[in-house]
Design a protein around this ligand. Structure first.
Ligand SMILES: [Zn+2]
Length: 159
């Protein structure tokens, strides 16, 4: 029998096909039964638990840094070079990276940063975002209002 993942929190009326920690073998979280013929059925064939748990709706908070914020004659910004050094599962963790300039995400050229929240969607659009500017005196980024010339720029690298 597969090794159980005991960290998963489930109600008593439903179970879930889990993947064992020692390989790629699914099993019922409730009774440990492996699916017959590898079919992940809606109900466990052994204990009858409902396996149709709604999947989680994960959101991530992507940190993107960019060189500059210079509006052109149409009030669109020239942002220069850009990169996304990381994402974090919570906004607080993403903001910590930015405020503390962790691993020097500034790299002596990326004077602006944005944290944008995206979900598990096709062609995701940010749910929220917050902008920052680098302060050399504190070697970290500080929050700023969203510059008007950035309003039509989507910083999400996915999609
Ligand atoms: Zn079961």
């Amino acid at each position: 029998m597969a090794v159980r993942n005991t960290e998963t929190d489930l109600t008593q009326k439903s179970s879930k096909w889990l993947i064992s920690s020692d390989g790629w073998y699914p099993y019922c979280f409730n009774c440990g039964t492996e699916p017959k013929n590898g079919v992940l059925s809606n109900f466990c064939p052994e204990c009858g638990q409902d396996m149709r748990n709604e999947p989680a709706d994960p959101h991530i908070f992507v940190v993107t840094v960019f060189e500059k914020c210079e509006p052109d004659e149409h009030n669109f910004a020239n942002i220069g070079c850009t990169r996304s050094p990381c994402f974090r599962p919570t906004f607080a963790e993403a903001e910590e990276v930015v405020k503390l300039n962790m691993c020097d995400i500034w790299e002596h050229c990326y004077d602006y940063a944005v944290i944008h929240e995206i979900g598990a969607e096709l062609y995701p659009h940010h749910h929220m975002r917050k902008f920052y500017k680098f302060n050399r005196d504190i070697s970290g980024y500080e929050p700023i209002e969203e510059p008007e010339c950035l309003q039509h720029i989507d910083f999400c690298g996915i999609g």
